[in-house]
Design a protein around this ligand. Structure first.
Ligand SMILES: Cc1cc2nc3c(=O)[nH]c(=O)nc-3n(C[C@H](O)[C@H](O)[C@H](O)COP(=O)(O)OP(=O)(O)OC[C@H]3O[C@@H](n4cnc5c(N)ncnc54)[C@H](O)[C@@H]3O)c2cc1C
Length: 507
């Protein structure tokens, strides 16, 4: 006996819930004829997390695929472009900085420039014009280019609350998603141990063929009811608290950074995200190493007078993820599936990837669901391992002297997979072959920017005979200089571009 999968109930109306609803409903729009009903239930009593403003370039395609115009997204979400991350004080803590830009290095896949660059810390500026574009605070394209296009790869900074609102409007008006505002009081089990129904305070029981748990840290369905354990990774990434502030710009026309700024502190780091109407600034730290008061002092010192009269919101969390992400007829997406600190803005990207998998692999009946779940779980386990490795990389290469940073360098806190990678990169640097899985999240370029930016130089001399392409390398570096000049002359200032573009687009 098999039962067709005709209805999906998504519990939770944060970024994860609405993004999942939009991606699944957009993919199955034609499917309405065969009767696929997507319903989203959210509580008006339980607030969303309200943070999550940095994204990954995957969001560009997602916005396009769900049918939202880029200019509408910008106007509704006070959005800005994000062309990468600037990591300040991560190496020594004396004003050092490096970029992880979203555009891959020139010659990527053809010739790795690292063996030919004397000062490895200048890898990004020598191999990539986007480093310079970010330093100059420019937009990733000119007014001559159209939506979603441009010479520089980019993601977005967005207002999380406004983004959920935009997705909600779009899901209801254009994608046929049913919306219920009610609180889940109880979750019942069917005879086979799958979810039987969610019982709403006002409306009573609501059943579906597939449940998507987007209830945030509560993980009401997958964690609580189906008892899938949480795998704690606090021993790898120590940060467990965030203090978040919404900071007004000094003036309406203040320059707008076109990248996230992540400034390392004695026991954590501060994010600084520019939206068009305000900044989102917060300190992520490890409460084992500093008190909340010290962290607030760090945050206020960073902001100076800009923090006067503002209060910070404290959010506690644990690093980690569920042991399984899809069990029986329930799949978790967003914070209910797991969370690690937002250093590389991986959370919303994982929501996009998970939702797309659910949309594209939605089984026609429940007979196939165990296979879908098994595959999904294997992919997500791989991705979480890669995320942990990549984030840890930012810490373990630091030379900062404070106890927090020293602890990050201890071998027992570094995953074995990352230690193995480092053993290879000690003599040849990261290559595309190290990241050849079709489901890789970060390309080799991301690892190159981070390890070289942190000053980690492989000992290329051990196989010096492999690196006889200096002339070709010099040509690429020269080409990067020319492109940089071109970009600096043609790309407009970030804020000015957004204002002019939106004025034209909205008329
Ligand atoms: C400090 C911090 C900074 C972050 N920064 C970033 C970043 O820069 N980039 C990034 O990608 N991610 C970031 N994240 C993660 C990001 O915020 C989340 O992944 C994203 O917002 C998705 O959250 P969510 O929808 O899973 O949960 P939530 O926003 O918590 O939503 C949960 C929803 O479930 C509903 N709900 C809960 N219980 C019930 C119930 N019983 N009945 C009905 N409804 C219920 C609530 O009403 C709510 O609608 C950050 C997270 C933190 C903590």
């Amino acid at each position: 006996m098999s039962n067709p999968v005709k209805s999906i109930v998504i519990v939770g109306g944060g970024t994860a819930g609405w993004l999942t609803a939009a991606i699944v409903a957009a993919h199955h729009q034609g499917g309405q004829s065969r009767g696929l009903q997507v319903t989203l239930v959210e509580s008006s009593d339980i607030p969303t997390i309200g943070v999550g403003e940095g994204t990954w370039p995957t969001l560009k395609n997602t916005i396009q695929q769900i049918g939202i115009k880029e200019s509408e997204f910008f106007s509704s979400c006070h959005a800005a472009f994000k062309q990468g991350g600037k990591f300040v004080n991560w190496v020594h803590g004396n004003g050092d900085f490096y970029y992880h830009p979203f555009t891959v290095p020139l010659g990527y896949g053809r010739l790795d420039l690292a063996p030919y660059i004397a000062d490895i810390a200048s890898y990004a500026p020598d191999s990539n014009f986007q480093h310079h574009v970010c330093e100059a605070g420019l937009a990733p394209r000119t007014l001559a280019e159209s939506e979603f296009q441009g010479p520089c790869n980019y993601a977005y900074h967005l207002d999380a609350g406004a983004f959920a609102e935009l997705l909600k409007r779009h899901c209801k008006a254009s994608l046929g998603v049913r919306h219920i505002v009610d609180t889940v009081r109880e979750v019942t089990l069917a005879a086979d141990g799958a979810i039987g129904s969610v019982v709403l305070a006002e409306r009573g029981a609501l059943s579906a063929d597939l449940y998507v748990d987007c209830t945030g840290f509560a993980s009401l369905l997958l964690g609580n009811k189906l008892e899938v354990p949480f795998v704690n990774t606090d021993n790898i990434l120590f940060n467990d608290t965030a203090l978040a502030m919404q900071v007004p710009h000094a003036a309406d026309d203040s320059p707008l950074a076109c990248n996230t700024i992540a400034t390392a502190q004695n026991a954590g780091w501060i994010w600084d995200i520019g939206l068009t109407h305000r900044r989102g600034v917060g300190h992520v730290y490890a409460s084992d190493y500093i008190s909340d008061d010290e962290a607030e002092y760090n945050l206020r010192s960073y902001l100076g007078a800009a923090a006067d009269g503002l209060s910070a919101r404290k959010i506690r969390f644990h690093s980690g993820h569920r042991a399984q992400y899809w069990k029986k007829n329930c799949v978790a997406v967003g914070l209910s599936a797991g969370f690690v600190e937002p250093l590389e803005a991986t959370a919303i990207m994982l929501v996009e990837i998970s939702a797309r998998y659910i949309a594209e692999n939605l089984p026609p009946d429940d007979n196939v669901m165990p296979v879908t779940a098994k595959r999904f779980n294997a992919q997500m386990a791989y991705r979480w391992r890669r995320i942990l490795d990549f984030l840890k990389l930012h810490y373990m290469l630091s030379q900062r002297p404070e106890p927090y940073w020293q602890a990050h360098r201890k071998a027992e806190t570094i995953p074995e997979s990352l230690r193995e990678d480092l053993a290879l990169w000690a003599y040849r640097g990261p290559t595309r072959e190290d990241f050849d899985s079709a489901i890789e999240l970060f390309p080799a370029a991301s690892y190159q920017y981070v390890i070289y930016g942190m000053g980690f130089k492989p000992d290329f001399s051990r196989q010096a005979y492999l690196y006889g392409r200096r002339q070709e390398a010099e040509k690429i570096i020269q080409r990067n200089k020319q492109l940089t000049q071109q970009m600096l002359q043609t790309l407009p200032p970030h804020r000015e571009y957004i204002e002019r573009w939106l004025t034209t687009a909205n008329h």
